[in-house]
Write a protein that binds this ligand. Structure first.
Ligand SMILES: NC(=O)c1ccc[n+]([C@@H]2O[C@H](COP(=O)([O-])OP(=O)(O)OC[C@H]3O[C@@H](n4cnc5c(N)ncnc54)[C@H](OP(=O)(O)O)[C@@H]3O)[C@@H](O)[C@H]2O)c1
Length: 255
């Protein structure tokens, strides 16, 4: 009998760790595969989970990491019931002030890694499997002062929704998860809280709720999960207000 597993990337902190914790209390899973670079953090997390885990301390900027995941899947032949494509990075600031190397790593992690892992995992999904692609409210409109990050998350949103439609017949759900800012290590890794203008600071979300809502929305087959009122408003603004105007407002608020 194939094992039924969940895979969580970026499980060593923030949202990914919270996904692993909430998935752990679901029934019917044989194993959770935890992926991130910091092995010690994954070991700590594994110790607190009741479900068996497989620790894959991998850097998703390295092409070889995908070969390792693919070969693990080939060997184990599991059914992947849940894939959480969560690892990501971002830095606020004017485009010209951010190093080219940083932005290319950002795109490789936030865009390419998600696309590649989805590709590798999809053959192991079955009817009822769920893929959650972590996007952001930044996906709803172009963001001066956060341009490359917002564009990367717009890719994730668009990709997730289109894939959800493609996989409807196979009964595989793909959900784009779009959190507002959360106080995770993300803030220490380049997108400092000081970079948040006062409007964004008002809508700070807790990872627990983001994850709870996202898992519930994906269980209901929804293609997008937005878990707070500020995020829902931003989505409406992104749909109905010309981006020319919203971008001018964002610029005026400062970044
Ligand atoms: N925090 C926010 O305000 C916010 C808002 C909306 C969306 N998001 C999105 O939510 C997701 C999770 O972010 P977070 O807030 O939880 O931030 P976080 O605490 O910084 O977590 C990022 C995770 O990604 C992993 N990671 C980073 N680079 C990696 C690499 N090269 N290879 C493998 N794993 C890597 C990190 O683990 P290691 O360092 O151990 O590798 C860490 O587990 C991201 O996609 C982010 O864009 C965040």
């Amino acid at each position: 009998m194939s094992k039924i597993i969940a895979i969580v990337t970026g499980a060593s902190s923030g949202l990914g760790r919270e996904f692993a914790r909430q998935i752990d209390i679901m029934t019917g899973l044989d194993e959770i595969w935890l992926i991130a670079r910091r092995r010690e953090r994954l070991v700590e997390l594994a110790a607190e989970l009741k479900t068996d885990t497989r620790i894959l301390a991998l850097d998703l900027l390295q092409e070889s990491s995908f070969a390792i995941i693919e070969s693990e899947l080939k060997q184990q032949k599991p059914v992947v019931s849940i894939l959480i494509n969560n690892a990501g990075k971002g830095k606020a600031g004017r485009f010209a002030s951010i190093k080219r190397e940083y932005n290319s790593e950002l795109l490789r992690l936030n865009v390419l890694a998600i696309m590649q892992l989805t590709n590798i995992v999809l053959p192991y999904c079955a009817a009822g499997s769920r893929i959650l692609q972590i996007s952001s409210v930044a996906a709803f409109m172009p963001q001066p002062g956060f341009s490359v990050y917002a564009a990367s998350k717009a890719f994730v949103l668009s990709f997730a929704r289109a894939l959800n439609e493609e996989l409807r017949r196979e009964k595989i759900t793909v959900t784009a998860v779009c959190p507002n800012p959360m106080e995770t290590e993300f803030f220490n890794n380049g997108s400092g809280k000081s970079k948040l203008n006062w409007i964004k600071s008002l809508g700070i979300e807790q990872p627990e709720k983001v994850v709870r809502v996202a898992l519930a929305r994906s269980a209901r087959g929804k293609d997008v999960s937005v878990s707070c009122i500020a995020g829902k408003l931003l989505r409406l603004v992104g749909k109905f207000l010309p981006h020319r105007i919203s971008m001018r407002v964002i610029s005026k608020m400062g970044y």
